[in-house]
Structure formats: C-alpha cells, structure tokens
Design a protein. Sequence first.
Lengths: 386, 224
Amino acid sequence: MSILKLVARNLLRRKGRFVFTLLGITIGMASFVALLSIGGNMQNEVTRQAYALGGNFVIVPDDLCVYNQIGIITGEAISESLDFGAFERIAAIEGLTVIPHLTQRTAIQNATVTVTGMLPAETKAFRGWEMYAGEYFASQDQQAVVIGQGTRNRFDLEVGDELTIRGEAFPIIGILAATNSNDDVTLHIPLAIAQRVFEREGRISFMSAIVDNMERVDEYATAIMNVANVNVATNEQLLNSVLMILGSVNVTLQAVAGVALIAAAFGIINTMMTAVFERRREIGILQAIGAKGRAIFKIFVLESGIYGLLGGIIGVGAGFLVSMFVAPIVAQNNEAMLMGVTMGSSIDVQLVITTILFSVVISIVAGLYPAWKAAKLTPVEAISYE
Amino acid sequence: MNNIIIKTENLEKIYGKSQVKTHALKGVSMEIPRGSFSCIIGPSGHGKSTLLHLIGGLDKPTKGDVFIDGVNIAELSKAEIAEIRAKKIGFVFQFFNLLGNLTALENIQAAMMFGKVAPKEQKERALELLALVGLADKANAKPGELSGGQQQRVSIARALANDPDILLMDEPTGNLDSESEQEVLKHIAEIHKTGKTIAIVTHSNEIAQQAEMVFEVRDGTLKV
Ligand SMILES: Nc1ncnc2c1ncn2[C@@H]1O[C@H](COP(=O)(O)OP(=O)(O)OP(=O)(O)O)[C@@H](O)[C@H]1O
Ligand SMILES: [Mg+2]
C-alpha cells in the first residue's frame, strides 16, 4: 500500500464525478493551448510573410488604415485606389526600384484566390523568382498565368491547364519554384491584363520598393510623399502595426483562456471540498490508524494534482488538434489552410511541458484549501460525524 | 518496565466553545496495567467514548494528563500523537470502521503504511492477521461484501497491523447479533492471550464478565 495507490482508489471511487471534473480542467487547458498557439501561429505567419515581401518598404494609399495593411501581408486583395501615374512619378525617383501590384480576387474550383497584376520582368527580378516548370511571361500583355507551388498542390494544376478569370481563359504557362511567401498561393498575371479584365484601367493597389542606400530611407520616403498622395511604410513599421493588432487579439484570447482555467480550478475546488466533506469519517479512520495531518494533506493535494496532470496531458493534445484546424479558419485565409500543415504540426515541446506543469500547479493550488480543511479535522470531529 | 501502561490523572473534557458546553468528563483518574483486559461500562451519554478517545490520543483533554507508557501525550504535538496512534495503539469502532474502497487486505496494509512497515513485508503480515481472525479467504473482499461481524474482525486485524501494545475498542459488538458477537469475542480473547492490553467500551454484560477490570463511568466520573 502506498499513498499513491490510496489516492488512485479514491479518485476512481466516483467515476462520474472524476470524469466530469477531469473534463473541466481538460477543456480549460485545451482552450488555453488552442488559443495560445492560434495567436502564436498568427504572429509567426505574419512575421514570415512580412519578410517575404522582399522590399524595404511598401507604398500604400494614404487613406489605407492600419487594419487594411494586414491585407498586404496576408495576401488579401486590397482596394486599388492608387493610379498608375503615381507609380510612374515614384519610379522616376533616382535610387529607387519600385514595382506596382494590383490585387484582385477570383475563384478556382469555387475557392477564392488572390490574383496579382504585376510587371512581369521587373517583378521577377525584384522578387528573385525561379521557375519550377514551364515558361515565364514573354511580354507585358501576354494573356496567361503563372502560379506558385501552393496553388499547384492545392488545386492539382499543371502547366498547360487553363484557368478562367472574369470569364476569360488564361493558360498556365509556368509554375514558380517555392518562395515560402504569398507568391506561392497567388495567381500572377501581367498588370495590363489584370487592369483590363478587372476593369481597373490605370489603377494599382500598392507598390513595393527597394532603395539603393538603406541609410537614406527617410529621404526617399519624403521624396515619394512629395510626388504622390501616398503613405510609406517600411516593412518593419508594417509588421509592428499588424503585430500590435494581433497582440490585442492575443490578449483577448488569453483572457478567454484564463477564464476557462479559473472555471476549471473552481471545478476542482468544488469537487475536492465535496470529497473532504463526504469522507470526513474516513479521514477520522485514517487518523485513528496513524495518519498524520501531513499525510491527509498529501492525499488530497495529490488527488487534485492528478486531475491537473491528466487534464493537462489530454488538454494539450486536444488543444493542439483544435488549433491545427481552427487557426487557418480564424485567420480567414484559405491560403493559410494550405500552409497550416507546416505551421500547426510544429508542436512546441516547451509549450507542451509548460502547459502540463501549469495545469498541475493550478490543480494543486486549487486543492490546497480543501486539503488543508481535511488535514485540520481532528480525529474526533471526523469520527463522531455520522 | 513500568507495569502501568495507561494512566490518566484528573482528566476533564468540556465540549463546545461558546454557549452550549458539555462537561463530558469531570476528573477521571485511572490506571490500566500492562497486558490486562478491561472494560469501560456505563449509561449512554455519560462519557465512555470520550474517555476512550482521550486515552487513545484522538482528542485533547481540556484538563489533566494521559500517560501512555509513561509519556504524557497531552504534551505532545499532533504529529507525535499520530505516531503513537500508528505504532502503539489499535482502534476498533462500532460503525463504518473500514475504508470502503479498499479490500480487507488493503485496509490492513494502509494501517501498516502509516506505521512505516516496508511495503514488501506488508502483504505477508496482513494475510497472517486476517488468518488470525479467521478471514484468510476474504482478503480481496471489499467491506461491502462482508457481513457486519466479518467487517469487525477485519477491523480488529487492522488494529493489530503495527503490533500495538494497546487495543482500544468502542462497542465493537454493539452492532452485531449474538452469534457474530461470540465469534468476535473469541478472537479478542485469543489476542489478549498474546499479551496485548485491551480496553473495551461496551454495553454487553457478556464482555464485562470476561473482563479482568471494570471501570464504570457515570456522569463524567468513575464510579468506584
Ligand atoms: N464531539 C462532541 N461535541 C460535543 N459534545 C459531545 C461530543 N462528543 C460527545 N459529546 C457529549 O459528551 C457527552 C459524553 O458523550 P460520550 O460519547 O462520551 O458518551 P458515551 O458514554 O460514549 O455514550 P454512548 O454509550 O451512547 O456511546 C454526551 O453528552 C455527548 O453529547
Ligand atoms: Mg460512545
């Protein structure tokens, strides 16, 4: 006989209560893990995308709010309120390489995807694209589409297949080598063609820019804003503002998880208090056969600690499963679902261990008061209870 | 070695902290010799159980002293008293004696655990004790699967788990029919022969007749 065996017997005595209490802490820990890793994944994803943008900064319409700037990072279509003239004026500034983008939406097999109109030669050089298969655009007004690895895998497409964009046929002439950015999941077509089929003649959504001399970024920014009605955001600024939004989303998620945990902790306190009350007589017997207050305390703390251990282990598993499926949906980004495979499956060992420990600690803390109540009972109080 | 194993001096117990106070014991002095078989009798509510609890260190006296083997347990800490309960004293109560979710064998092993018997030795010794009370075949039965008399015999076996010098029983047969009572008494008598000091609170004349000493508690005092 050992204390642990005694505890195991006690736990399983009331199987229904055991299961429901365990479910409480499990759900609490699962939501904690799920919400935390959803938040974490979103941040990782944003950071990765921002660096994949390639330019030193982006040039956006000056009325584009911070929230819409997320679109540039996540690859959503954003409004096309810049005109091509602005691009030409900015492109004329010495020491600056600028490329324009017109982002729009279309559908493949009923799924929404982003189409980007761009200047083929300039963009290829700017982004450093390599071809995986097929050919790249031969001219500025070739009615054709180049796709990325993500799109190819998702829709099972090959060179020579044909896509329909706004009712017009676009043959796939080439597939890019993986870039690990939005470019993998975007349909690339020449800017002039995009402006025509989407009826956005002379308009663009945003621009990416590289400067020759990083130390003069501020000068360039001023120069740019002098020639056009635009805002300039360095990738870093863009990232920071997006992370700020995500940060407040995270705080909210964590608060929700916190509430779930507190509820679970009270579930444990409640169960343990009931157990102490029900088992008063038994506590008296244990004392009569020589159990010290310390042993009684240990028995009850162990009991609640085991809830935490089991709840933590099951909860972590459930939480990661949930976050794997829910994270892409939360990000409301179909493309993210594709990448979800890589981003959800990287289970963070440290998070696993911390969470299980955390669960155990919470449960032990929740068990302290009931255990203290139990240990404090005098043998006679416990025994004369009938 | 001192011949008196249990000694009380002017033992007083007052229950209740506020308005309602019960003066359960009003100065009890008694001596129980080593190896004796004594009975505590008296009318209901007059303080028998209270006396037994104080002797066994289950409760603290309001006044007075209890000596077990010459040690004043009124002066010991809770943990030290628990140690004495584990090693020197075995208890048997009238009702719900056993831990319901453990088997007969495990009940005895649990007591051994608190008496710090090595886990390896526990099982063998526990089986011996069950055999002593004639229940070797019920080792793996849960209390719910045993009759009242059998449960009391398991309790007695458990009280002996750590080979205590003293066995304190509070109406061990109060709940049993006369046949079961006989069976239990037979085992108590056998245990007494092994040299244990036994004190039993009882309403049973039969037990009282077997006893070497009889203490009668009336209204919180010993009637001589
Ligand atoms: N835990 C307690 N709190 C308050 N009063 C108590 C407590 N235990 C016993 N008493 C009171 O102390 C007095 C003596 O009780 P005790 O249990 O010692 O009697 P008893 O002789 O064992 O009676 P019985 O034969 O019915 O078991 C009674 O008046 C009882 O009400
Ligand atoms: Mg009594």
